[in-house]
Design a protein around this ligand. Sequence first.
Ligand SMILES: Cc1ncc(COP(=O)(O)O)c(C=O)c1O
Length: 366
Amino acid sequence: MPRPLRADIDLEALCHNYRLARDLAPDSQSLAVLKADAYGHGLVPCARALEGLAPAFAVACLEEAEALREGGITAPIVLLEGVFSAEELAKVDAQGLWMAVHSDWQVEALLRHRLEKPVPTWIKVDSGMHRLGFSPERAISVWARLSAAPTQACDLHLMSHFATADHADTEYFQRQMSALRALAEKLGAPTCLANSPATLARPESHGAWNRPGVMLYGSDPLEASNTASRRLSPVMTLRSELIAVRDLDEGEPVGYGGRWRAPRPSRIGVVACGYGDGYDRHACDGTPVLVEGRRTALVGKVSMDMLTVDLTDLPEAEIGSEVVLWGCAANGEVLSVDEVARYCDTISYTLLTGVLPRVPRRYHGG
Ligand SMILES: Cc1ncc(COP(=O)(O)O)c(C=O)c1O
């Protein structure tokens, strides 16, 4: 018997979530963001499942785009941060990629490079995230320069990223949005602005293209969920089994440092999953876990290969019982990765991208 831990990836749920993103924005094209190994779900299998549904994909870097091409993906691929050196432009050209430009050196390199064909180019605007991009004023001159170089750049779009589209308070989002609206109107430019929270809750940001990421994997990014976000389905189920069960007297500690002590005579289950698999070591006592589809709680510190759960109220649980760390149990009970993330003082993005390669991915549906 191999170690029972695995990540089951439901490609049907991935397609369902993509269709939801698409249907929320009927006047936009929705590309699927597949960076960071499709948020830990597997780059090529997810791209293959979505090919034919999504008209384009987005990744963070050339290496990810090349992996998609090597996997047989022929759809357009956008490099969200553009190239990291001028030398990469030859591969952008050869692989037929699209790219963002966020800095002057990238624009200069694009204008100088001898290309086979012009590169579809998205001009990144810093509308308030203050991470990458040109100020709205600078974007006007970049737009003019690239428009005047049709052998180098084509299909120009304005692209920007929201800092707070997930917040219930929309004030800062509105500030970014009005700067972008004014700029797009002035240039008559098509836009690509919406990430998952904006796709789900800010229809005014929907542009020629949208860029949903985490919602495709079934995580609800909104501070205040809405009817659309409640229709998302989890794609990854991190599933394991109980490998040992023991009885403890009241007051006995569990695990490193004895962080948790049994408040009553307790039954403890040991689960094959730890931080060496990517399960967050910051998970606190009380972090929800499903055992045989019933909610119980993590107790004691997470160790490298194991974690411990309270089975005192689950007398039927035994060695070999199913344990779901997040996702969907065999009985249909769902434990959302967003809820687990809150107990780890983090966000679903880090839990999903943090599942380590030693956890086998098993693909279903799609
Ligand atoms: C530039 C850009 N666009 C889109 C996304 C997708 O965002 P989300 O996963 O919140 O939908 C990201 C994610 O970090 C990003 O950096």
